[in-house]
Ligand binder design. Structure first.
Ligand code: AMP
Length: 576
């Protein structure tokens, strides 16, 4: 397929804010998309591989500037000047390509295809180490030199992972349903497509099945051991009474462990570990591989667990922040393993010996855990739980969880299935400190005085139902003046700035726009209505508590949750 055709579609979609129009543009495009071009569907989402694949493009604005400069023959400095003026590097590239085409006789007749674009972009994550930067620039420049102005705009936006055409996974899902199923089947098709996406995390495979126009083909797409899936998330409850009301009596009450989510996949001898961001962290946790081999029965399975840190001397459980560095660290693994040991708490099983269990009720899945996990405290155990209808008993259990330094409790309905990627109302969390949120940093401002080199305030964003990021406040406290070295606890202005730098999208005056990548946990005093931010809300006194490297921007708090917290807060003022 000609890349121009895709670029035209991007542009049409970008030019409308109406979701239904976007769906209609997209569904016309999908109808014409041949099966052999099915991987174009990754490009629609600004990706080059399926969601479960860890290889991402990862190009910084600085590198993109160099490629634009090379492709257009215009000095780096001029490109930067234009960037400061126009604000968007994609548009800068479009503008400069147009200018170049006007001034030179265009002898370059080669036509850019989506195949060539994918081929070059897929080489980018493979390049590492010495000399890789110039090779990356060459690959991008090659594409840019045969691109039209519009193509160059979207090439640049793609490599920066900032497509901004308003197409998300659920837009594609709805467009697929609209293109290939009749009205009578549409709502069932949407459901089945969603479930096929959740099971496979590969939208191109789903497109293949959809193209056949038969719901049966979609139903065949099921979990595959070894391929990470999105986890099921919980909604919040304020009180034990509210939680019981939502999930029914009796229900399972479990410890809500203060660690990080770890999905354990075992297929024969091979064991893989994934975070909730679908990152493979097997190498970082060799001991967990051993615990799984030694204490979990079964040949193939997927376990959903929480890994919690503990103090090896007194065996006290430790907060997440203390072990978070283990998730990223690729060296010194042995030392860290000893210093920051983790215990794995198994709370769900999604696949067992050749069968997906996600459509089975929770009561059945949790019984399987009892049968297959041999408890080995401080290594691997089944999550602590009680089956109860009694509020007092639940309260005692909650207190016990807090006493053991855990975050709170989970209430789980016994009959419910496992819905990957959804925040469900049949699993509810209760924790004492409700005033914290996971948000993503989308902007910042350079400081004054000795902080002039670093960002000293950070714009925080939540997301709406469409997956768009909306600003909700500025944070400057909870961050340290001095670098924190190796402790992994806390972060300095300098460290946070460095972490964010590769994702800078725009710099104007002292303000920076940042690609939503870095997720942080934040506490606050209160939520207020505010016209200053496009979410319509503002956090009063937001304070940084920790980085959440294992969480994706897709996991941040939703506008709906914030609205709910805001309402609850009002209720508490009235009655509290
Ligand atoms: P939150 O991070 O506050 O949205 O809470 C949801 C997280 O709690 C999940 O993603 C898990 O990582 C974690 N968690 C801890 N214990 C459990 C449990 N028993 N069942 C389910 N999730 C748990």
């Amino acid at each position: 397929m000609k890349y121009q055709k895709l670029a035209d579609m991007y542009e049409k979609s970008a030019n409308t804010t109406k979701r239904l129009e976007k769906i209609s543009i997209l569904s016309n495009f999908l109808k014409e998309l041949n099966q052999e071009d099915r991987e174009v569907i990754y490009l629609l989402l600004g990706e080059i591989y399926p969601d479960y694949d860890e290889r991402k493009i990862g190009i910084s604005s600085q590198l993109a500037i160099k490629a634009i400069s090379k492709a257009t023959g215009i000095n780096n400095k001029v490109v930067i000047q234009e960037w400061k003026k126009i604000g968007d590097l994609g548009e800068v590239s479009e503008f400069l390509t147009k200018k170049k085409k006007q001034s030179t006789l265009n002898l370059n007749k080669s036509v850019l295809t989506t195949k060539k674009v994918l081929e070059n972009l897929r080489k980018l994550p493979e390049l590492q180490g010495k000399g890789s930067v110039s090779k990356k620039i060459a690959l991008i420049t090659e594409l840019l030199t045969s691109a039209s102005p519009l193509e160059s705009k979207y090439l640049i936006r793609t490599i920066l992972s900032d497509l901004r055409i308003g197409i998300k996974e659920n837009t594609i899902r709805d467009a697929m349903a609209a293109s290939f199923f009749g009205l009578d089947q549409k709502s069932e098709a949407v459901k089945e497509i969603q479930s096929a996406i959740d099971n496979s995390n590969d939208i191109a495979i789903v497109f293949d099945a959809v193209k056949k126009g038969d719901l049966k083909n979609l139903k065949k797409i099921t979990l595959e051991v070894g391929k990470p899936i999105k986890v099921m998330l919980a909604q919040k409850a304020k009180t034990i009474e509210e939680a019981f009301k939502a999930v029914g009596k009796p229900c399972m009450v479990e410890y809500k462990y203060d660690g990080f989510r770890l999905l354990i996949h075992k297929k024969g001898k091979e064991i893989k570990l994934f975070t909730r961001k679908l990152e493979n962290v097997t190498k970082q946790f060799p001991e967990v591989v051993e615990y799984t081999k030694d204490f979990v029965k079964g040949d193939t399975f997927i376990l959903d667990t929480e890994a919690v840190g503990f103090n090896k001397k007194n065996k006290e459980y430790r907060p997440f922040q203390e072990i978070s560095q283990r998730i990223r660290r690729k060296y010194d693994i042995e030392r860290l393993q000893k210093e920051l040991p983790v215990e794995v708490n198994v709370f769900d099983v999604l696949y067992y010996d050749g069968k997906s269990l996600i459509d089975e009720p929770f009561k059945k899945r949790t019984k399987i855990i009892d049968k297959i996990v041999k408890n080995k405290p401080y290594q691997i155990i089944r999550a602590k739980q009680i089956l109860t209808s009694d509020e007092k008993e639940a309260k005692e259990f909650y207190k016990k969880a807090l006493k053991e330094n855990q975050e709170g409790v989970m209430f789980k309905n016994l009959e419910s299935n496992y819905q990957p990627g959804s925040r469900v109302g049949h699993m509810l969390k209760i924790k004492p400190e409700e005033k914290d949120l996971d948000l993503v940093i989308t902007g910042g401002e350079y400081g004054k005085g000795k902080r002039y080199e670093w960002l000293s305030s950070f714009i925080l964003s939540c997301k709406n139902e469409e997956g768009e990021f909306l600003e909700i406040g500025k944070m400057g406290t909870g961050i340290k003046e001095k670098a924190t070295t190796d402790t992994g606890i806390g972060i300095s202005f300098e460290e946070l700035t460095e972490k964010l730098k590769p994702y800078f999208l725009q710099e104007k005056d002292k303000k920076v726009k940042i690609k939503p990548k870095v997720v942080v946990s934040v506490t606050y005093q209160e939520i207020q209505k505010s016209p200053n931010y496009n979410s319509g809300f503002a956090l009063r006194f937001p304070r940084f508590t920790s980085l959440r490297p294992e969480r994706s921007p897709k996991d941040v708090a939703t506008l709906e949750e914030i609205e709910k917290d805001f309402q609850n807060q009002k209720r508490n003022w009235r009655y509290g």
